[in-house]
Ligand binder design. Structure first.
Ligand code: DQA
Length: 145
């Protein structure tokens, strides 16, 4: 099975950025753990961009059978981007929306997601483990096919 993880804006700064909210571990380090855990089972591709268009292009490139599922943390674009929502709706690959923090426990503006209605489901608030839970969700979806 192939899964693509997409991280949006500012998530390249994980480990340094607001550690009280996002933790003190860099994503590359966590990704190595994920790859270890799923080796021989799930091939994980990773893409990060601070640009809306980059995320949209990546969704298009992987939206038609290239991977079995996409785990997407769109960062702040979650709360602003109709264009990313439209891209998710336009593709066939299942997309799971994930957030490290519990966005419902934070500022009011983080409670609304433009992308949730286009995604299969949402995982939020489990720290970096939200990504693993996203992969598990994709494994279950593929099992049922
Ligand atoms: C986030 C939550 C968003 O509100 C925020 O803009 C982020 C990260 C999270 O993973 O908790 O950049 O998506």
């Amino acid at each position: 099975m192939k899964v693509l993880i997409i991280n949006g804006p500012n998530l390249n700064l994980l480990g340094v950025r607001e550690p009280g909210i996002y933790g003190s571990r860099g994503f590359e380090d966590y990704l190595a753990e994920l790859n270890n855990r799923y080796s021989g089972d799930v091939a994980i591709e990773y893409y990060q961009s601070n640009h809306e268009g980059g995320i949209i292009d990546k969704l298009h490139e992987n939206g038609f059978g290239q991977v079995d599922g996409i785990v997407l943390n769109a960062g702040a674009y979650t709360h602003t981007s109709v264009a990313i929502a439209d891209a998710i709706s336009a593709i066939n690959t299942p997309v799971i929306e994930v957030h490290i923090s519990n966005v419902h426990k934070r500022e009011e503006f983080r409670r609304h997601s433009y992308i949730s209605p286009s995604c299969i489901g949402v995982i939020a608030g489990f720290g970096l483990d939200s990504y693993r839970l996203g992969i598990e969700a994709i494994k279950e979806i593929q099992k049922k096919k």
